[in-house]
Design a binder for this molecule. Structure first.
Ligand code: FEO
Length: 397
Protein backbone atom coordinates (compact mmCIF):
# COMPACT_ATOMS: atom_id res chain seq x y z
CA UNK A 1 0.00 0.00 0.00
CA UNK A 2 1.24 3.45 -0.89
CA UNK A 3 2.08 5.68 2.06
CA UNK A 4 2.27 8.85 -0.04
CA UNK A 5 -1.00 10.79 0.00
CA UNK A 6 -2.51 12.74 -2.92
CA UNK A 7 -3.47 16.32 -2.10
CA UNK A 8 -4.49 17.36 -5.62
CA UNK A 9 -4.07 15.63 -8.96
CA UNK A 10 -0.36 16.47 -9.20
CA UNK A 11 0.61 17.29 -5.63
CA UNK A 12 1.34 14.53 -3.10
CA UNK A 13 2.42 14.39 0.53
CA UNK A 14 5.63 12.31 0.74
CA UNK A 15 6.54 13.13 4.33
CA UNK A 16 7.49 10.76 7.15
CA UNK A 17 6.50 10.25 10.76
CA UNK A 18 9.28 10.18 13.34
CA UNK A 19 8.66 8.07 16.45
CA UNK A 20 12.35 7.44 17.10
CA UNK A 21 13.45 10.93 18.11
CA UNK A 22 12.89 11.44 21.82
CA UNK A 23 13.79 15.13 21.94
CA UNK A 24 13.10 17.50 19.04
CA UNK A 25 16.18 19.71 18.49
CA UNK A 26 17.65 17.74 21.42
CA UNK A 27 15.43 19.77 23.75
CA UNK A 28 11.69 19.25 23.34
CA UNK A 29 9.97 15.95 24.29
CA UNK A 30 7.93 14.27 21.57
CA UNK A 31 5.40 12.06 23.40
CA UNK A 32 3.35 11.75 20.23
CA UNK A 33 6.19 11.93 17.71
CA UNK A 34 6.46 14.48 14.93
CA UNK A 35 5.94 14.50 11.17
CA UNK A 36 8.37 15.97 8.67
CA UNK A 37 6.15 16.93 5.77
CA UNK A 38 7.54 16.87 2.26
CA UNK A 39 5.63 17.28 -0.98
CA UNK A 40 6.04 16.24 -4.62
CA UNK A 41 4.61 18.24 -7.49
CA UNK A 42 4.52 15.75 -10.37
CA UNK A 43 4.31 18.17 -13.29
CA UNK A 44 6.21 18.22 -16.61
CA UNK A 45 9.15 19.03 -14.39
CA UNK A 46 9.04 17.34 -11.00
CA UNK A 47 9.61 19.43 -7.88
CA UNK A 48 10.00 18.27 -4.29
CA UNK A 49 9.11 20.89 -1.72
CA UNK A 50 11.16 20.48 1.49
CA UNK A 51 12.85 17.29 2.58
CA UNK A 52 12.94 15.38 5.86
CA UNK A 53 15.46 14.50 8.56
CA UNK A 54 18.49 12.56 7.35
CA UNK A 55 17.64 9.45 9.42
CA UNK A 56 14.38 9.11 7.46
CA UNK A 57 15.97 9.49 4.00
CA UNK A 58 15.26 5.96 2.74
CA UNK A 59 11.60 6.17 3.68
CA UNK A 60 11.38 9.57 2.04
CA UNK A 61 12.90 8.37 -1.22
CA UNK A 62 10.55 5.35 -1.31
CA UNK A 63 7.55 7.64 -1.00
CA UNK A 64 8.82 9.96 -3.71
CA UNK A 65 9.33 6.95 -5.98
CA UNK A 66 5.76 5.81 -5.32
CA UNK A 67 4.61 9.02 -6.98
CA UNK A 68 7.13 9.65 -9.76
CA UNK A 69 8.46 6.16 -10.52
CA UNK A 70 11.66 6.47 -12.57
CA UNK A 71 11.19 10.12 -13.51
CA UNK A 72 13.90 12.53 -12.33
CA UNK A 73 13.45 15.35 -9.83
CA UNK A 74 14.18 18.69 -11.52
CA UNK A 75 14.00 20.87 -8.40
CA UNK A 76 14.27 20.45 -4.65
CA UNK A 77 12.78 23.58 -3.11
CA UNK A 78 14.27 24.30 0.31
CA UNK A 79 11.92 26.65 2.11
CA UNK A 80 13.79 26.20 5.37
CA UNK A 81 17.31 24.97 6.06
CA UNK A 82 16.88 23.50 9.54
CA UNK A 83 18.15 19.92 9.18
CA UNK A 84 14.81 18.33 10.08
CA UNK A 85 13.86 19.46 6.54
CA UNK A 86 17.12 19.85 4.66
CA UNK A 87 18.69 16.65 6.05
CA UNK A 88 17.99 14.71 2.85
CA UNK A 89 19.56 17.21 0.44
CA UNK A 90 22.69 15.16 -0.12
CA UNK A 91 20.81 11.85 -0.44
CA UNK A 92 18.47 13.33 -3.02
CA UNK A 93 21.35 14.92 -4.91
CA UNK A 94 23.09 11.51 -5.08
CA UNK A 95 19.89 9.88 -6.37
CA UNK A 96 19.16 12.73 -8.81
CA UNK A 97 22.51 14.32 -9.83
CA UNK A 98 20.85 16.81 -12.22
CA UNK A 99 18.47 18.07 -9.53
CA UNK A 100 18.73 21.80 -8.79
CA UNK A 101 18.34 22.93 -5.21
CA UNK A 102 16.17 26.05 -5.04
CA UNK A 103 16.47 28.60 -2.26
CA UNK A 104 17.24 32.24 -1.66
CA UNK A 105 20.60 33.91 -1.17
CA UNK A 106 20.72 33.03 2.53
CA UNK A 107 19.70 29.44 1.81
CA UNK A 108 22.69 29.14 -0.51
CA UNK A 109 25.05 30.15 2.29
CA UNK A 110 23.58 27.56 4.64
CA UNK A 111 23.71 24.84 1.95
CA UNK A 112 27.43 25.37 1.63
CA UNK A 113 28.07 25.59 5.37
CA UNK A 114 25.91 22.60 6.38
CA UNK A 115 26.46 20.27 3.43
CA UNK A 116 29.37 21.64 1.37
CA UNK A 117 26.92 22.05 -1.50
CA UNK A 118 27.66 24.95 -3.83
CA UNK A 119 26.94 23.56 -7.31
CA UNK A 120 23.48 23.07 -8.80
CA UNK A 121 21.92 25.70 -6.57
CA UNK A 122 19.29 27.99 -8.08
CA UNK A 123 18.87 31.23 -6.15
CA UNK A 124 15.48 32.93 -6.23
CA UNK A 125 14.41 36.38 -5.07
CA UNK A 126 11.32 37.52 -3.21
CA UNK A 127 8.28 37.25 -5.52
CA UNK A 128 10.13 35.28 -8.22
CA UNK A 129 8.24 32.60 -10.18
CA UNK A 130 9.25 29.08 -11.20
CA UNK A 131 7.36 27.34 -14.02
CA UNK A 132 7.01 23.55 -13.79
CA UNK A 133 4.67 23.22 -16.80
CA UNK A 134 1.13 23.35 -15.50
CA UNK A 135 2.12 24.58 -12.04
CA UNK A 136 3.46 28.08 -11.48
CA UNK A 137 5.27 28.49 -8.18
CA UNK A 138 5.94 31.83 -6.53
CA UNK A 139 8.39 32.37 -3.67
CA UNK A 140 7.97 34.77 -0.78
CA UNK A 141 10.73 35.45 1.74
CA UNK A 142 9.49 35.20 5.34
CA UNK A 143 12.67 35.75 7.37
CA UNK A 144 12.79 34.53 10.99
CA UNK A 145 9.82 32.20 10.66
CA UNK A 146 11.84 30.49 11.98
CA UNK A 147 15.38 31.06 10.63
CA UNK A 148 16.69 34.02 8.59
CA UNK A 149 16.53 32.18 5.26
CA UNK A 150 12.95 30.92 5.70
CA UNK A 151 10.67 31.39 2.72
CA UNK A 152 7.34 29.98 1.59
CA UNK A 153 6.28 28.68 -1.81
CA UNK A 154 2.85 29.33 -3.28
CA UNK A 155 1.50 27.02 -5.98
CA UNK A 156 -0.67 29.45 -7.92
CA UNK A 157 -2.19 26.66 -9.98
CA UNK A 158 -3.69 24.64 -7.10
CA UNK A 159 -3.72 27.39 -4.44
CA UNK A 160 -1.38 25.50 -2.11
CA UNK A 161 0.83 27.45 0.28
CA UNK A 162 3.89 25.42 1.27
CA UNK A 163 4.43 27.34 4.48
CA UNK A 164 7.57 25.74 6.03
CA UNK A 165 7.42 25.81 9.86
CA UNK A 166 4.60 28.37 9.91
CA UNK A 167 1.23 26.81 10.79
CA UNK A 168 2.90 23.57 11.88
CA UNK A 169 2.72 21.54 15.07
CA UNK A 170 4.15 18.56 16.96
CA UNK A 171 2.54 15.07 16.81
CA UNK A 172 2.99 12.48 14.09
CA UNK A 173 0.30 12.04 11.44
CA UNK A 174 -0.48 8.41 12.19
CA UNK A 175 -4.11 8.70 11.19
CA UNK A 176 -5.07 11.12 8.43
CA UNK A 177 -2.88 13.95 7.19
CA UNK A 178 -5.69 16.48 6.60
CA UNK A 179 -7.40 18.84 9.05
CA UNK A 180 -10.78 17.32 8.19
CA UNK A 181 -9.55 13.78 8.91
CA UNK A 182 -7.90 14.24 12.32
CA UNK A 183 -9.33 15.17 15.69
CA UNK A 184 -8.15 18.78 15.80
CA UNK A 185 -8.98 19.16 19.49
CA UNK A 186 -6.53 16.30 20.10
CA UNK A 187 -3.86 18.01 17.98
CA UNK A 188 -4.26 21.56 19.24
CA UNK A 189 -2.23 21.12 22.43
CA UNK A 190 0.73 19.83 20.44
CA UNK A 191 0.34 22.55 17.81
CA UNK A 192 0.37 25.23 20.51
CA UNK A 193 3.30 23.58 22.31
CA UNK A 194 5.21 23.69 19.03
CA UNK A 195 4.18 27.28 18.34
CA UNK A 196 4.96 28.62 21.81
CA UNK A 197 8.32 26.89 22.26
CA UNK A 198 9.72 26.88 18.70
CA UNK A 199 8.10 29.83 16.93
CA UNK A 200 7.04 31.90 19.96
CA UNK A 201 10.19 34.01 19.99
CA UNK A 202 9.36 35.16 16.44
CA UNK A 203 5.80 36.43 16.77
CA UNK A 204 6.45 39.69 14.92
CA UNK A 205 7.93 37.90 11.88
CA UNK A 206 4.89 35.56 11.94
CA UNK A 207 2.51 38.52 11.87
CA UNK A 208 4.60 40.14 9.11
CA UNK A 209 4.38 36.94 7.07
CA UNK A 210 0.61 36.65 7.56
CA UNK A 211 0.24 40.25 6.41
CA UNK A 212 2.51 39.71 3.41
CA UNK A 213 0.56 36.64 2.25
CA UNK A 214 -2.95 37.92 2.92
CA UNK A 215 -3.83 38.65 -0.72
CA UNK A 216 -3.07 35.10 -1.91
CA UNK A 217 -6.02 32.86 -2.73
CA UNK A 218 -4.97 30.04 -0.45
CA UNK A 219 -7.00 26.83 -0.72
CA UNK A 220 -4.61 24.58 1.19
CA UNK A 221 -1.80 25.17 3.68
CA UNK A 222 0.90 22.53 3.57
CA UNK A 223 3.34 23.09 6.47
CA UNK A 224 6.49 21.11 7.26
CA UNK A 225 5.00 19.65 10.48
CA UNK A 226 1.51 18.56 11.47
CA UNK A 227 -1.79 18.46 9.59
CA UNK A 228 -2.32 19.75 6.06
CA UNK A 229 -5.08 22.38 6.19
CA UNK A 230 -7.37 21.84 3.22
CA UNK A 231 -10.90 22.22 4.57
CA UNK A 232 -10.38 25.43 6.53
CA UNK A 233 -6.90 26.94 6.14
CA UNK A 234 -8.16 30.20 7.68
CA UNK A 235 -8.57 28.39 10.98
CA UNK A 236 -4.84 27.80 11.53
CA UNK A 237 -3.94 31.25 10.19
CA UNK A 238 -6.29 32.80 12.76
CA UNK A 239 -4.87 30.68 15.56
CA UNK A 240 -1.28 31.58 14.67
CA UNK A 241 -2.27 35.26 14.41
CA UNK A 242 -4.07 35.24 17.76
CA UNK A 243 -1.19 33.44 19.48
CA UNK A 244 1.31 35.83 17.86
CA UNK A 245 -0.64 38.82 19.11
CA UNK A 246 -0.38 37.16 22.56
CA UNK A 247 -4.13 37.11 23.07
CA UNK A 248 -5.01 34.89 26.02
CA UNK A 249 -7.92 32.86 27.36
CA UNK A 250 -9.26 33.11 30.92
CA UNK A 251 -7.35 30.70 33.13
CA UNK A 252 -4.36 30.39 35.45
CA UNK A 253 -1.22 28.28 35.31
CA UNK A 254 0.10 27.42 38.76
CA UNK A 255 3.70 26.25 38.39
CA UNK A 256 5.44 25.27 41.60
CA UNK A 257 8.45 23.37 42.90
CA UNK A 258 8.95 21.96 46.36
CA UNK A 259 11.78 20.07 48.09
CA UNK A 260 9.99 18.80 51.20
CA UNK A 261 6.36 19.80 50.71
CA UNK A 262 6.38 23.24 52.33
CA UNK A 263 6.19 25.29 49.13
CA UNK A 264 3.71 22.71 47.81
CA UNK A 265 1.40 23.59 50.74
CA UNK A 266 1.58 27.22 49.65
CA UNK A 267 0.68 26.17 46.10
CA UNK A 268 -2.29 24.26 47.48
CA UNK A 269 -3.54 27.34 49.31
CA UNK A 270 -3.23 29.39 46.11
CA UNK A 271 -5.00 26.72 44.06
CA UNK A 272 -7.90 26.35 46.50
CA UNK A 273 -8.47 30.09 46.50
CA UNK A 274 -8.41 30.22 42.69
CA UNK A 275 -11.02 27.47 42.53
CA UNK A 276 -13.17 28.98 45.28
CA UNK A 277 -13.08 32.30 43.46
CA UNK A 278 -14.51 30.67 40.33
CA UNK A 279 -11.49 30.24 38.03
CA UNK A 280 -12.72 27.36 35.92
CA UNK A 281 -9.43 26.63 34.15
CA UNK A 282 -6.48 26.05 36.47
CA UNK A 283 -3.42 24.16 35.22
CA UNK A 284 -1.23 23.14 38.17
CA UNK A 285 2.24 21.78 37.35
CA UNK A 286 5.06 20.49 39.53
CA UNK A 287 8.13 21.90 37.76
CA UNK A 288 10.24 18.94 38.91
CA UNK A 289 7.98 16.52 37.09
CA UNK A 290 6.95 18.49 34.03
CA UNK A 291 9.09 19.51 31.07
CA UNK A 292 9.04 23.33 30.73
CA UNK A 293 7.61 23.12 27.21
CA UNK A 294 4.23 21.91 28.54
CA UNK A 295 4.08 24.70 31.13
CA UNK A 296 5.10 27.29 28.54
CA UNK A 297 2.33 26.06 26.23
CA UNK A 298 -0.28 26.76 28.88
CA UNK A 299 1.38 29.98 30.05
CA UNK A 300 1.01 31.15 26.46
CA UNK A 301 -2.63 30.15 26.36
CA UNK A 302 -3.90 31.60 29.67
CA UNK A 303 -3.87 35.09 31.14
CA UNK A 304 -2.46 34.26 34.58
CA UNK A 305 0.77 32.61 35.70
CA UNK A 306 1.63 31.99 39.34
CA UNK A 307 5.09 30.69 40.14
CA UNK A 308 6.26 29.36 43.49
CA UNK A 309 9.47 27.67 44.58
CA UNK A 310 11.96 27.44 47.43
CA UNK A 311 15.41 28.90 47.71
CA UNK A 312 18.23 26.53 46.78
CA UNK A 313 21.93 27.33 47.39
CA UNK A 314 21.02 31.00 47.89
CA UNK A 315 19.32 31.08 44.51
CA UNK A 316 16.15 29.73 43.00
CA UNK A 317 15.15 26.06 43.00
CA UNK A 318 16.86 24.83 39.76
CA UNK A 319 13.83 23.38 37.90
CA UNK A 320 11.99 26.68 38.39
CA UNK A 321 15.07 28.62 37.30
CA UNK A 322 15.16 26.56 34.09
CA UNK A 323 11.51 27.37 33.41
CA UNK A 324 12.11 31.09 33.97
CA UNK A 325 15.14 31.12 31.66
CA UNK A 326 13.04 29.55 28.90
CA UNK A 327 10.26 32.08 29.51
CA UNK A 328 12.74 34.98 29.46
CA UNK A 329 13.78 34.03 25.93
CA UNK A 330 10.17 34.26 24.76
CA UNK A 331 9.55 37.78 26.15
CA UNK A 332 5.85 37.16 26.80
CA UNK A 333 3.54 40.14 27.15
CA UNK A 334 0.15 41.08 28.52
CA UNK A 335 -0.15 38.47 31.25
CA UNK A 336 -0.48 38.62 35.03
CA UNK A 337 2.11 37.09 37.32
CA UNK A 338 1.96 35.93 40.95
CA UNK A 339 4.95 34.90 43.08
CA UNK A 340 5.42 32.90 46.27
CA UNK A 341 8.35 31.03 47.76
CA UNK A 342 10.27 30.00 50.84
CA UNK A 343 13.73 29.92 52.35
CA UNK A 344 15.55 28.29 55.26
CA UNK A 345 18.46 30.49 56.40
CA UNK A 346 19.04 32.87 53.50
CA UNK A 347 16.74 34.16 50.79
CA UNK A 348 17.34 34.10 47.06
CA UNK A 349 14.43 32.25 45.47
CA UNK A 350 11.84 35.01 45.67
CA UNK A 351 14.46 37.61 44.74
CA UNK A 352 15.15 35.76 41.48
CA UNK A 353 11.44 35.45 40.72
CA UNK A 354 10.99 39.19 41.33
CA UNK A 355 13.84 39.88 38.90
CA UNK A 356 12.04 37.73 36.35
CA UNK A 357 8.87 39.77 36.89
CA UNK A 358 10.82 42.98 36.21
CA UNK A 359 12.92 41.94 33.24
CA UNK A 360 11.68 38.59 31.85
CA UNK A 361 8.98 39.97 29.54
CA UNK A 362 6.09 42.32 30.23
CA UNK A 363 4.30 40.93 33.26
CA UNK A 364 1.80 42.68 35.50
CA UNK A 365 2.59 41.64 39.06
CA UNK A 366 -0.34 40.63 41.26
CA UNK A 367 0.28 41.22 44.97
CA UNK A 368 0.97 39.96 47.53
CA UNK A 369 4.34 38.32 46.96
CA UNK A 370 4.79 35.77 49.73
CA UNK A 371 8.07 34.50 51.17
CA UNK A 372 7.75 31.95 53.99
CA UNK A 373 10.58 31.07 56.35
CA UNK A 374 11.02 27.27 56.47
CA UNK A 375 7.44 25.99 56.76
CA UNK A 376 4.54 28.34 55.93
CA UNK A 377 2.54 29.53 58.94
CA UNK A 378 -1.15 30.45 58.99
CA UNK A 379 -0.36 34.01 57.96
CA UNK A 380 1.67 32.83 54.95
CA UNK A 381 -1.09 30.48 53.84
CA UNK A 382 -3.71 33.21 54.21
CA UNK A 383 -1.52 35.49 52.08
CA UNK A 384 -1.28 32.73 49.47
CA UNK A 385 -5.07 32.52 49.43
CA UNK A 386 -5.20 36.28 49.01
CA UNK A 387 -2.88 36.00 45.99
CA UNK A 388 -5.23 33.38 44.54
CA UNK A 389 -8.28 35.59 45.07
CA UNK A 390 -6.63 38.64 43.50
CA UNK A 391 -5.42 36.65 40.52
CA UNK A 392 -8.92 35.25 40.10
CA UNK A 393 -10.38 38.77 40.08
CA UNK A 394 -7.87 39.77 37.41
CA UNK A 395 -8.32 36.85 35.03
CA UNK A 396 -12.10 36.60 35.49
CA UNK A 397 -12.37 40.29 34.61
FE1 FEO B 1 10.98 22.21 11.49
FE2 FEO B 1 12.66 25.19 12.04
O1 FEO B 1 12.45 23.39 11.47
Amino acid sequence: MALSVPITEDVHWVGVNDHQTHLFEGVWPLPRGVSYNSYVIADEKVAVVDGVKDANAADHLDRIREVIGDRPIAYLIVNHMEPDHSGTVRTLREAFPQMQVVGNRKTAGFLEQFYGLDAGVKTVADGEELDLGRHKLRFFLTPMVHWPETMVTFDETDGILFSADAFGGFAALDDGIFDDQVDLAHYEDEILRYFSNIVGKYTKPVLNAIDKLKSLEIKTIAPTHGPVWRSNPGQIIQKYARWSRQETEPGVVLAFGSMYGNTAKMAEAVGRALADAGVSTIRAYDVSRTHPSFIIRDAWRYGGLIIGAPTYNSGLFPPMDTLLRDLEILRMEGRHLGIFGSYGWSGGGVKRMREFADTGGKWELVEPVIEANCAPGDHDLEQCAELGRRMAETVNA
